[in-house]
Design a protein around this ligand. Structure first.
Ligand code: ASP
Ligand code: MG
Length: 438
C-alpha cells in the first residue's frame, strides 16, 4: 500500500478535486492524505486573529466569505442531490462550529479547533465525492489515530496500533481518505503538526503501515536544482539521498516540509515528489542511495542573523564553546551554521525572538558583533571530503560575492555559505550557471 499526499493547491478547486479523484482511483488501494483547500488554513488563522482581538464582526465576515467559497465548490463538484446534501451538511456543521467561537472566550485551544476544520472539510468533500462516483471510500479520521506525546512528538506506537485497527475495520474499502496536519495531543485535545505539517502526517502514516512508498503530490514536478522563483531554467532532480533532501528542505526548498524526511528515513521508505498537474512526469525520488559524485541542488534560507563572539581568552581554552552554546540552549534558539577560529566563533540563527537576551549573555565572554538580513545559500550533493573539485567549484562560482561564513564537512552532503540578502539572487544564479548549466 502507498501513501499519497495532496497539498492545498492539488485540492484547491472543484476541478482539482475531480483530477485528484481520478488520479487516486486509478492507482489502487492506497491511503490518500489531504491538506485543506489552498488558502483555507491562512483564512482560519485570520479568523482566529479577529477572535483574539475580539473583532467579532471581522471574524463573522471572514467566516461567511470562506463558507461561500465552499458552497460554490460543492455546487460545481456534485450533480447528484443526495451526495450534495450529505456534503453540505458536513461542511455547514464545520462552519457553524467555527461560528460558535464568536460567542465565548478565545484561546490557543479554540484556535487549534478552528485550524482543524480545513482538513476536515477537504477530506469530507473528497470522501463523499469518491462515493458519488461509485467507489467504496473509507474515512480514517486523523483525530482518532494521530497523537502526540507529552513532548509534542508523534506517538508512533499509538499511531501504528490505532491506524491498523481502522484499516482492519474498513478492510473491504477501495481506497482510504485521511486528514494531514491535524492530530490530538497527549491530553486528547485537538492539535496540529505545525503549518505545512501534512507532509509530516504522510510520512508518519507511511512509517506506521510500512508503506511501499510515500508520494507527495504538489504543483511542481519534483525538487528543483535551484529556486525557480529566482533562477530561470531550473530542472527537477531525479534522485536525492534522504540526507540531501533533509538539507534542502531545511535550508529553504519549499516543496517538502523538513520534518517529513525522518520517519521515512528511519523506516527506509522511499518518498517520491510528484506533480498533480503533470502526473506522468517522473518527479524526484528520495531514498537511501543516490547518484554519487554530483552536486544536486542549491537552496536559500532567508532572515538569518550572524553573531560573532571574539575572545582573547579563547586562545588555548577549553569550555569556551560550551559556554557559548549553553546561552543559545537557555533561550531555546537553534544554531544553523558555525565557524570557528583561534580567537572567535561565528554562529547563525534564524530567529530574532530572544536576540537581545542572547547578546547580553554572550557579552560576558567576549566582544560580540551582529550581522542581520543574511541568507544561507546551501549547496547539496555528494560532497564527501575525499572527492576533489566540488568545493572549489562552488567557491569559484561565488568569487565575486562577499561571503560572511562558510560551513563544510558537517555532513557528506552540504556546503553552506552565508551572504548578504542583496546578494542572494546573484549567488543562486551564479551557482546554477557554474554547477549545472556549464
Ligand atoms: N493546511 C495546513 C497548512 O496550510 C497543513 C498543510 O497544508 O500541510 O499549513
Ligand atoms: Mg506543503
Amino acid at each position: 500500500m502507498k501513501v499519497m499526499k495532496f497539498g492545498g493547491t492539488s485540492v484547491g478547486s472543484a476541478e482539482q478535486i475531480k483530477e485528484v479523484a481520478h488520479l487516486v482511483t486509478s492507482r489502487g488501494k492506497n491511503i490518500v492524505v489531504l491538506s485543506a483547500m489552498s488558502g483555507t488554513t491562512n483564512t482560519l488563522v485570520e479568523i482566529s486573529d479577529y477572535l483574539y482581538k475580539k473583532n467579532i464582526d471581522g471574524a463573522k465576515e471572514t467566516i461567511n466569505s470562506l463558507e461561500k467559497k465552499y458552497f460554490i465548490t460543492i455546487d460545481k463538484l456534485f450533480t447528484d442531490e443526495k451526495y450534495k446534501e450529505e456534503v453540505l451538511a458536513e461542511v455547514k456543521a464545520c462552519f457553524n462550529y467555527i461560528r460558535s467561537f464568536t460567542k465565548d472566550l478565545f484561546t490557543l485551544f479554540e484556535e487549534k479547533e478552528i485550524l482543524a476544520q480545513g482538513e476536515l472539510m477537504s477530506t469530507a468533500m473528497m470522501n463523499i465525492y469518491l462515493r458519488s462516483l461509485g467507489f467504496k471510500s473509507a474515512m480514517l479520521p486523523a483525530l482518532d489515530y494521530v497523537r502526540t506525546d507529552k513532548n509534542s512528538e508523534p506517538d508512533t506506537q499509538y499511531i501504528k496500533q490505532k491506524l491498523q485497527a481502522l484499516l482492519d475495520k474498513y478492510a473491504d474499502a477501495d481506497i482510504y481518505i485521511t486528514q494531514g496536519y491535524i492530530c490530538r495531543n497527549a491530553y486528547g485535545e485537538i492539535d496540529n503538526l505545525q503549518r505545512g505539517g501534512s507532509d509530516y502526517s504522510a510520512s508518519l502514516i507511511g512509517a506506521a503501515i510500512n508503506a511501499e512508498e510515500i508520494e507527495i503530490w504538489t504543483d511542481i514536478d519534483g525538487m528543483h536544482n535551484n529556486d525557480p522563483r529566482f533562477v530561470d531554467n531550473t530542472k527537477a532532480v531525479d534522485t536525492l539521498h534522504f540526507e540531501e533532501a533533509a538539507e534542502l528542505a531545511y535550508f529553504g526548498a519549499k516543496i517538502l516540509h523538513p520534518t517529513c524526511i525522518l520517519p521515512a528515513k528511519l523506516n527506509n521508505i522511499p518518498v517520491r515528489l510528484l506533480n498533480t498537474m503533470k502526473p506522468d512526469a517522473k518527479g524526484t525520488l528520495i531514498y537511501n542511495s543516490t547518484a554519487s559524485r554530483k552536486i544536486k541542488a542549491v537552496a536559500a534560507k532567508d532572515n538569518i542573523i550572524a553573531i560573532k563572539i571574539k575572545s582573547g581568552r579563547m586562545l588555548l581554552a577549553y569550555g569556551f564553546l560550551r559556554k557559548v552554546f549553553e546561552i543559545f540552549e537557555t533561550y531555546k534558539t537553534p544554531i544553523d551554521m558555525i565557524a570557528t577560529s583561534e580567537v572567535g566563533v561565528s554562529v547563525s540563527i534564524d530567529n530574532e525572538k530572544n536576540l537581545d537576551n542572547i547578546l547580553d549573555d554572550l557579552k560576558k565572554f567576549g566582544t560580540v558583533t551582529v550581522d542581520k538580513d543574511m541568507v544561507i545559500i546551501c549547496v547539496v550533493g555528494d560532497l564527501e571530503w575525499q572527492n576533489c573539485g566540488f568545493e572549489s567549484a562552488a567557491l569559484d562560482a561565488l568569487k565575486d560575492i562577499p561571503v560572511r561564513m562558510i560551513s563544510y564537512g558537517g555532513s557528506n552532503y552540504n556546503i553552506s555559505f552565508l551572504v548578504k540578502k542583496e546578494d542572494k539572487v546573484k549567488a543562486l544564479n551564479l551557482l546554477s550557471d557554474n554547477l549545472f548549466n556549464k
